[in-house]
Design a protein around this ligand. Structure first.
Ligand code: GDP
Ligand code: IMO
Ligand code: MG
Length: 429
């Protein structure tokens, strides 16, 4: 009777989906509690690859209940497509999925608004949002007056509510929109669409807050699936180049409704190197052939948008910060196979900012942008480790690399991954 949590420690795409799928059979319930369709979590099962955006990564396990909690912002058309896709591949998510009626909905105006906002240059560049309407939806949620929750599309006054908000949004966005950009904001078309969503989502709509608390009190094991990564956290990340939710460990309780007293273990997922999609500072980014080599070998292209991910060496300053912030008990170190193609590997152990050595992750994006990484060079193992299944059989240089990462972060490594498949994973304890 406790909750275990899986949290990304970098800028997302650390392979949280793979780990959640692996841990799910040891749990009764998997909970997605923040973010929305900006997430793209990959689960590989045999020759099948599943890319999940809203649906929790425990969905392939029939005995596990999957919960979309109040803190998620859900875009119903994407969700329904995801459900249809799973059904066409022989998985019936309707059997083991429930969605909080408190979850906010990403509406068509949020997608338009995201596109408009993303044209804005902030601190020298665009945020590079996934254009899934996430920021505008959370903005309306906090604003309260023009937000819609799942419960609202099941309510009798739906038509009036959609007319009222569409009219407001059209007036508000007209000043900034390009010609034709507001054409999709047609109240009667949106109402028809929302009726269709309501019909299909009604059976899945539940009070998940009471459900998860009942489960915990009945002695069940919960697995909390973080989306994005701690450096994208709205309060603690590389603001303003972040997402609009608490993507670090601090967001678990608010998004899911599970009080901290139940949280017994937090696993921090990180790649053996670093990646980032979208704008924002990235001190260890490699703009050269080495960065391209990591991208090619690691197939570093966005799961949600297909954009090439920016690649660089492991940043221990950043991960030490996020491991502390998220209260990490064990590290899950992914993509160790990708680093098996280098004679030498660099790890950033500190920054130089304006001529000074800095070991604490800076608060301001502008300081981070000026940070020059101070590297420690480690010997590479330069061999294929994708077939290794026993940690003792890893090359000596790979073991030294893992030991050094663990020392720098101050957290023991609990899981090591050497490929996307379930079997390419070693549990150390
Ligand atoms: P998430 O958003 O954190 O769930 O991560 P993504 O699914 O967006 O990206 C991780 C990618 O790496 C996926 O394509 C996974 O199939 C893949 N992957 C996971 N673990 C490993 C690994 O150890 N090695 C390699 N080469 N790929 C991995
Ligand atoms: P998963 O869960 C990687 C990034 C976007 C952009 C910034 C803001 O798959 O790890 P948003 O659409 O949220 O307003 O975009 O955050 N971003 C992610 N990067 N993985 C994700 O999710 C991300 N979700 C958002 O690229 O820079
Ligand atoms: Mg992803």
């Amino acid at each position: 009777m406790s909750a275990t949590c899986v949290i990304g420690l970098q800028w997302g795409d650390e392979a949280k989906g793979k780990l959640v799928d692996l841990l799910a059979p040891r749990h009764d319930v998997v909970v997605r509690y923040q973010g929305g369709a900006n997430a793209g979590h990959t689960v590989v099962s045999g020759d099948q690859v599943y890319k999940l955006h809203h649906v929790p990564s425990g969905i392939l396990h029939r005995s596990v209940t999957n919960v979309i909690a109040p803190g998620v912002v859900m875009e119903p058309t994407t969700l329904l497509k995801e459900l249809d896709g799973l059904q066409s591949r022989g998985i019936n998510p309707l059997e083991n999925l429930m969605i909080s009626e408190r979850a906010h909905l990403v509406m068509p105006w949020h997608i338009v608004e995201d596109r408009i906002s993303n044209r804005q240059i902030v601190s020298g560049e665009s945020i590079g949002s996934t254009l899934r309407g996430i920021g505008p939806c959370y903005r309306d949620k906090v604003g309260r007056t023009h937000a819609m929750r799942l419960a609202d599309i099941l309510a009798p006054n739906l038509k009036e509510r959609i007319e009222e908000i569409t009219e407001y949004k059209r007036r508000w966005l007209t000043a900034l929109a390009d010609d034709g950009e507001l054409d999709s904001l047609n109240a009667s078309a949106i109402y028809e669409m929302a009726c269709g969503w309501g019909e299909r989502l009604r059976p899945l709509s539940k009070d998940t807050t009471h459900f998860v608390l009942d489960q915990l009190e009945a002695g069940k094991q919960l697995l909390m699936e973080g989306a994005q990564g701690s450096l994208l956290d709205i309060d603690h990340g590389t603001y303003p180049f972040v997402t609009s939710s608490n993507a670090s460990g601090v967001g678990i309780s608010s998004g899911s409704g599970v009080p901290a007293k139940w949280i017994k273990k937090v696993i921090g997922v990180c790649k053996a190197y670093s990646t980032r999609v979208g704008g924002g500072p990235f001190p260890t980014e490699l703009m050269d052939a080495t960065g391209q080599k990591i991208r090619d070998i690691g197939r570093e292209y966005g799961t949600t948008t297909g954009r090439p991910r920016r690649c660089g060496w492991f940043d221990a300053v950043a991960v030490r910060y996020t491991a502390r912030l998220s209260g990490i008990d064990r590290l899950s170190l992914m993509m160790m196979d990708v680093l098996g193609h280098f004679n030498e590997i660099q790890v950033c152990v500190a920054y130089e900012i304006d001529g000074k050595r800095v070991e604490q992750f800076p608060c301001l994006a502008d300081d981070l942008r000026r940070a020059k990484p101070i590297y420690e060079t480690l010997k590479g193992w330069n061999q294929d480790v994708t077939g290794v299944r026993d940690i003792d059989a890893m090359p000596a240089e790979a073991k030294s690399y893992m030991k050094r990462i663990s020392e720098l972060i101050g957290v023991p490594i609990g899981v090591v991954s050497v490929g996307p498949d379930r079997e390419q994973t070693m549990f150390l304890d």
